[in-house]
Design a protein around this ligand. Structure first.
Ligand code: IPE
Ligand code: IPE
Ligand code: MG
Length: 222
């Protein structure tokens, strides 16, 4: 019998290399990557995946050139703004990342607003949960969880620590995808992927498609 994963996560890497190969600026790669994400979200939802979590922007990515960061922020505003498309597909938007009021958080207010609005406007959907990791880093998440657990006075064990992750409703990741030929985890969901199958592909994210998605999903049966 074939089964399907409950939770699929993607490290969407290689936008810059995709663009360079075509003689285009890196920003064009990010724009293409956002289109790919929209296609992959639809494909995953059609395949009745319950949770899709994507790495949109890391706590480490802020050091990139200002213009590139600005472009990526704009694309996230656009992504969180695709409300009617998400509603048509019964997809609920979710976000994980450094809390906006935490010291060091740099998420501009216009992106915060877009995130809040997308969550609100899709809250009643009952299909796939699309979680966008924005200003996300697993070490920041786990450090905060450990600090909050210590503050709570409860005993330090795995079950209690997992109560302090950014989103306690996310199930463990079954399949993790990393595109563009890097076999790195890059500080993504370190706790949640402890038992995941990992699908590495040489294709850069803008070239990722439903055929690749199916190959990744099939890992669950191996
Ligand atoms: C992934 O593509 C997008 C983000 C990290 C925001 P990259 O921008 O890392 O592309 P490469 O790795 O330089 O090709
Ligand atoms: C991982 O890609 C982060 C995202 C996809 C948002 P990076 O390109 O930032 O990762 P490294 O630098 O290759 O580890
Ligand atoms: Mg990269």
């Amino acid at each position: 019998m074939t089964s399907k994963p409950v939770h699929v996560a993607c490290i969407m890497d290689g936008n810059g290399r995709w663009a360079r190969k075509r003689g285009l600026p890196r920003t064009a790669g990010h724009t293409a990557g956002e289109e790919t994400l929209s296609d992959v979200v639809r494909a995953a939802s059609k395949r009745e995946i319950d949770y899709l979590t994507v790495f949109g922007f890391s706590t480490e990515n802020w050091v990139r050139p200002r213009a590139e960061v600005k472009h990526i922020l704009g694309l996230h505003k656009k992504l969180f703004g695709r409300i009617s498309e998400l509603n048509e597909n019964n997809i609920r938007v979710n976000w994980i990342g450094r809390p906006f009021d935490e010291v060091g958080s740099q998420t501009p207010v216009y992106v915060q607003r877009a995130i809040r609005k997308a969550i609100q406007d899709t809250a009643d959907n009952t299909g796939m949960v699309l979680t966008v990791a924005f200003d996300y880093g697993s070490r920041a998440e786990l450090t905060r969880a450990a600090q909050n657990l210590v503050k709570s006075g409860q005993s330090l064990n795995a079950e209690n620590l997992s109560k302090y992750l950014y989103d306690t409703s996310l199930p463990p990741v079954d399949v993790l995808v990393r595109t563009s030929g890097e076999s790195r985890i890059s500080n993504f969901l370190l706790w949640q992927i402890s038992n995941a199958k990992i699908y590495f592909t040489d294709r850069p994210w803008p070239d990722f498609d439903a055929v690749e998605l199916d190959a990744a999903l099939a890992l669950i049966n191996n």
